[in-house]
Write a protein that binds this ligand. Sequence first.
Ligand code: TXA
Ligand code: MG
Length: 359
Amino acid sequence: MIKLNSSPADIEKAAEIIKNGGLAAFPTETVYGLGADTFNPLALARVFEVKGRPRFDPLIIHIASLDSLERIAFLDSFDSQRREQMDLLIKTFWPGPFTLVLPKRKEVPDLATAGLPTAAIRFPSNPIAQQLIRLSTGAIAAPSANPFGRLSPSRAEHVVETLGNSIDCIIDGGPCTVGVESTVLELIPGNNQSAAIPRLLRLGGISREQIEALIGPVDKKDDQLKADQNKTAEQFAAPSPGMLQSHYAPVIPLFLHSPEEMAELPHNPNEGYLFFSGKNRNDWLYRQLSGNCSDNCHLQNVLTLSENGSVVEAASNLFEYLHILDKSGVSCIHAETLPEEGIGAAVNDRLRRASVIHN
Ligand code: TXA
Ligand code: MG
């Protein structure tokens, strides 16, 4: 694997690799992606191979200009209301951490969309990603660059450690700023019976509130998900596999707690703790230190997503801190839920899915 930086010459090298059917990991504002040419089925097959990803889990197609949209999406079936909604969403959230699932053109290979009649499309804001897309084929299919079901990569090192041996190159663009994946919204035409309500398939960098402020109510499939949580990935034909219950998981068990439960947890030096805010951590430490905990017991394996309690900062640190605790030698991670507001809801969603597999 070749390690590249974000210089124009290096981005050009990565673009050549993609044009020639290779795999290039690259930074986006959300997490690192594992990119291949959307129109090269062999390269797409390698993406699934390398990630150990089931073929029923479609990829997001990354574009860097609105002209590329209609190479992927087939919008003739949209009525004027759908068009308006789409235009408004695009104008407001692109480029950025927002993915639209739209009816696809038949030229888009089935492997990219797992045989679905729709394609997920995103215009990332990271300038390195944009340049790579423009210099290669204009449409890069890329899942997050992590082994299937595991923690997403928010730094180049995370990719090198897990997939380094099986990909062709990586562009190191430093840590990702948003820190959780894009929000995925499905926008498809209604049928005779119903005017389909746009469906939120995955919470992410853009909040449900932001979307609803723009286009009105959207559907979310969480209730059905809860009913299905005993099924395995293979049994569960999820409308979007990012909705699978066990996902985004560290190797060691993760237990999720409300702030109240977290405050009551006894400290065990062999376990890891992930607090939302400095205040919550300090309240907990205060209890621990007035008990029989030694003076420096708080120093190790106790991390705080945001000292001053910002959900945005917490999101940007989430995967990095989970990676750190996962590798620290502790036997499990106790994590605290965030306030369910803005991007905090997406962080809670990832924490819930990271915890499920072990419950
Ligand atoms: O922020 C992101 O979205 C990152 C960066 C690299 O762009 N990418 C990412 O890709 O998270 P991935 O493959 O890990 O997640 C893609 C999600 C999956 O949940 C997948 O099921 C869903 O998008 N998806 C893709 N195509 C779909 C489709 N046609 N219908 C429904 N869901 C789809
Ligand atoms: Mg992923």
